[in-house]
Design a protein around this ligand. Structure first.
Ligand code: NAP
Length: 247
């Protein structure tokens, strides 16, 4: 049976690196994106050209109807074995006293509710309690859950704290139903997310504060994600891997 993986936000950055590595590890890869179809289909093409199998699905995972349709669409590829809850957004760097309610709504909906909804749909398919064959889920949190991102985006950091707690709770809930749920917490990684915070060069500005004195590459996060999904991590659930260069 072919192994199917869904990577939310799999078209760019850490998600795209994870998609490419998953294909190399033999998964057929379902890549979700929200608006940049060019980036999504470029990753699909790369995988297909290398002899793998990939599909792109547009869905805004902060909307329940989109999530339900997304999972129904990927059901056609066979049982889902792996889910990477990778979608995460941040907004312009600011202090807490300047944060609007609308911004909080956007950040928490996109970063937290999307993760709950995708996890729910995955459990309904993977859990032995529901007749499934089991599976593995990896959530992409952030070192910000530990540091709090003062002066930049405390809202984003708090949303990642929620992802950590979700990981702990749900991993215990489904531990005897064949599903492992783990989490990676990246540090400063070279992707376009920093541009949406208003500072595309952020990693280079702060990399000297990292014990390893450098930013990380998306592939270095992808390696940890694929390990947590693999049978090599068969006794790991509810656990966290920080990919932060020691930060
Ligand atoms: P990125 O380069 O900005 O890529 C974001 C991806 O998410 C894109 O594929 C984007 O699709 C998709 N996306 C955004 N909103 C979506 C939505 N509502 N529905 C579906 N897809 C959506 O991000 P990244 O830096 O790789 O970050 C990936 C994860 O790592 C995030 O959870 C982030 O918080 C976490 N992280 C990143 C860093 C870092 O330094 N980069 C550090 C710690 C944690 P489109 O292409 O269609 O826009």
């Amino acid at each position: 049976m072919e192994k199917t993986i869904l990577i939310t936000g799999g078209s760019r950055g850490i998600g795209a690196a994870t998609a490419l590595l998953a294909a190399k590890r033999g998964y057929q890869v379902c890549i979700n994106y929200v608006q940049n179809s060019t980036a999504a289909f470029s990753i699909v093409d790369q995988i297909n050209q290398q002899g793998g199998k990939a599909f792109a699905y547009q869905a805004d995972v902060s909307f329940e109807t989109d999530v339900v349709t997304l999972f129904k669409d990927i059901d056609q590829h066979g049982p889902l074995q792996a889910l990477v809850n990778n979608v995460g957004v941040l907004e312009t760097q600011t202090r807490v006293e300047d944060i609007t309610a609308e911004r909080l709504q956007r950040i928490f909906t996109t970063n937290i509710i999307s993760c709950f909804l995708c996890t729910r749909e995955a459990i309904r398919r993977m859990s032995t309690r529901h007749g499934g064959f089991g599976g593995a889920i990896v959530n992409v949190s952030s070192v910000a859950a530990r540091t709090g991102s003062p002066g930049e985006y405390v809202d984003y950091a708090a949303s990642k704290g929620a992802i950590d707690t979700l990981t702990i709770g749900v991993s215990k809930e489904v531990a005897d139903e064949g599903i492992r749920v783990n989490c990676v917490r990246p540090g400063f990684i070279y992707t376009a997310i920093h541009a949406s915070g208003g500072e595309p060069g952020r990693v280079d500005r702060i990399k000297d504060s990292v014990p390893m004195k450098r930013g990380g590459q998306p592939e270095e996060v992808a390696n940890a994600i694929l390990w947590l999904l693999s049978d090599e991590a068969s006794y790991a659930t509810g656990t966290f891997i920080d990919i932060t260069g020691g930060r």
